[in-house]
Design a protein around this ligand. Structure first.
Ligand SMILES: *Cc1c(COP(=O)(O)O)cnc(C)c1O
Length: 512
């Protein structure tokens, strides 16, 4: 009895579709189902699986209505559909807090014409990359997802550069939550470092770690599993969480822009209501492209989703052959946010298309022990029906930046350029095609300049930005150029072993 009460209040129930409120279960088991709030608060299921819900295809959005709505109105509908345990007021306050003046375009994710195709600009948020669309709202969802008003959440993140800044910017000054980011000392770009060390906010901590990104990541994982520290925090009503992209609260907000892009195309007269649209998605962790699949399940007429990879083409091989093999050299590319060999969110797709949690658990076990797995022919053909794929090398990506600028006057970043190259290399389907543009070129000014054939010698981050702006006859986003004059607020550097100590002191300062 005691047990039952315990599990009920923490958001668990038994079975897959037992109660009204608990829709989410692990990709690796149907034994327990949890609320949306529980899934967002904890991030990952106890068995290592990712939280998913089975019934998205039964809950289509009204497409005609979506076409008359703003981005924010569609966000209310998407999030209200996925997270039914949130009240309408909660969802509404999260959406208002997230999608306002922190974006430099009132449309939030505007589309623009790109030759015969379209480009969806996802980089108008405060850190100039698409992760803002999710990380501007996740902190507010997490705040609502707290079990008790007295609960506090401490978010810990190790970053190789981009995610940390987007998390800092999203969590800054959100009530009841603290955010602490660790990055490898001397191993992020000048601009990336400035973005983090100049971060303002009463609840933010930033610390450089002597070591690599992997060391910082290991340090964070050690804190999560340090029973003594976790118990000490629990006594103070503090729980630890992460802003990692496997959290369903990061995935769900991305569904909105697929619907909103479609609405913009209809309003522009580019397509008629009901026409199918193809999306080309620069991919790393498979989060962004999975959100496109979720949009399709929710009734969006999506033709094909194209998975665009860089030289780390593990997904191209998988979609072509059915074998996922992470044992291969790691390539450092000019699209670093896509330098990933284990695409975590692919696990969700494997569950949705097989409907078999035991099967998925088996595949993931194989991946962990042998480094690879092969899916059944039946599953592979389902994947191939839904997804196209391709990859571009750094040279091809640079070529796409150059010819896109020459032919259309549009400057694209190296991640977007991977998708652009693959889109141009494919036979057109006759459908309208939308390329997802995941970052501002001004985040990667040196590589963009080099791609355009300009001289980059002796230029630091800011001079590269200036030179790029001059060539493109535009200006760099204010969020990046204002870093030039901002004060450095965080100058801590520590060894891996000192990370728990840093977190302890930080928690004491933030939650007083
Ligand atoms: C994270 C990121 C991607 C990859 O997105 P996934 O959801 O991991 O597939 C692509 N481009 C940029 C600029 C990113 O920051």
């Amino acid at each position: 009895m005691e047990d039952k009460i315990q599990t009920a209040t923490s958001g668990f129930s038994q079975g897959c579709d037992d109660t009204v409120e608990t829709f989410f279960h692990s990709t690796r088991s149907c034994a327990e189902s949890v609320t949306g709030k529980f899934a967002i608060r904890t991030g990952i299921a106890p068995d290592g699986g990712l939280y998913i819900r089975d019934d998205l295809a039964d809950k289509p959005l009204d497409l005609a209505k979506v076409c008359g709505q703003s981005f924010q109105e569609t966000a209310l509908e998407v999030l209200g559909t996925l997270f039914e345990d949130f009240t309408a007021e909660e969802i509404s306050s999260c959406v208002s807090a997230a999608y306002g003046p922190s974006f430099d375009d009132a449309r939030i994710t505007p589309i623009r014409q790109l030759g015969r195709d379209w480009m969806l600009e996802l980089f108008h948020g405060p850190t100039c990359a698409f992760k803002d669309v999710a990380l501007q709202i996740l902190p507010h969802l997490m705040n609502c997802a707290r079990e008790k008003d007295s609960d506090r959440i401490l978010v810990l993140t190790a970053t190789s550069g981009d995610t940390g800044k987007a998390a800092l910017e999203g969590f800054a000054d959100v009530d009841n939550i603290g955010i602490c980011v660790f990055y490898p000392y001397g191993k992020v770009s000048d601009v990336q470092e400035l973005q983090m060390v100049c971060q303002e906010g009463s609840n933010v901590g930033v610390c450089a770690v002597r070591g690599t990104f992997d060391d910082a990541q290991t340090g964070v994982k050690r804190i999560f599993t340090d029973a003594g520290l976790v118990a000490r925090f629990a006594e103070q009503g503090i729980s630890l969480s992460s802003a990692n992209s496997i959290n369903i609260g990061r995935l769900a907000p991305q569904i909105t822009y697929y619907f909103d892009a479609y609405a913009q195309l209809v309003r522009a007269g580019a397509i008629a209501l009901g026409d199918e649209v193809e999306f080309v998605v620069p991919t790393g962790n498979f989060g962004d492209v999975l959100a496109g699949y979720y949009a399709k399940l929710l009734g969006l007429p999506v033709g094909r989703l194209v998975v665009a990879s860089n030289a780390n083409n593990v997904l191209t091989d998988f979609i072509t052959t059915g074998t996922y093999d992470r044992i291969r050299p790691f390539e450092k590319t000019i699209s670093p946010s896509m330098d990933i060999l284990v695409s975590s969110n692919l696990e969700r797709l494997l569950y949705h298309l097989s409907g078999d949690a035991d099967y998925v658990a088996g595949l993931m076990d194989e991946l962990a022990t042998t480094g690879s797995y092969t899916v059944s022919d039946e599953l592979l053909s389902k994947i191939q029906e839904l997804f196209g794929c391709g990859f571009a090398t750094d040279a091809q990506c640079a070529e796409a930046i150059r010819y896109t600028f020459e032919r259309t006057g549009v400057l694209i970043d190296p991640h977007t350029a991977v998708g652009k190259y693959i889109m141009d290399d494919m036979r057109p389907s006759g459908m309208a095609r939308v390329l997802l543009s995941t970052a501002s070129p001004f985040k990667f000014p040196a590589d963009c300049l080099a791609a355009l054939g300009a001289c980059t010698e002796g230029l630091d981050g800011f001079s590269s930005m200036d030179e790029l702006a001059r060539i493109a006859e535009t200006s760099a986003p204010a969020a990046l150029s204002r870093l030039r004059t901002m004060p450095r607020l965080h100058d801590d550097v520590c060894d891996i072993d000192a990370m728990p100590g840093f977190v302890g002191v930080f928690a004491g300062e933030v939650f007083t």
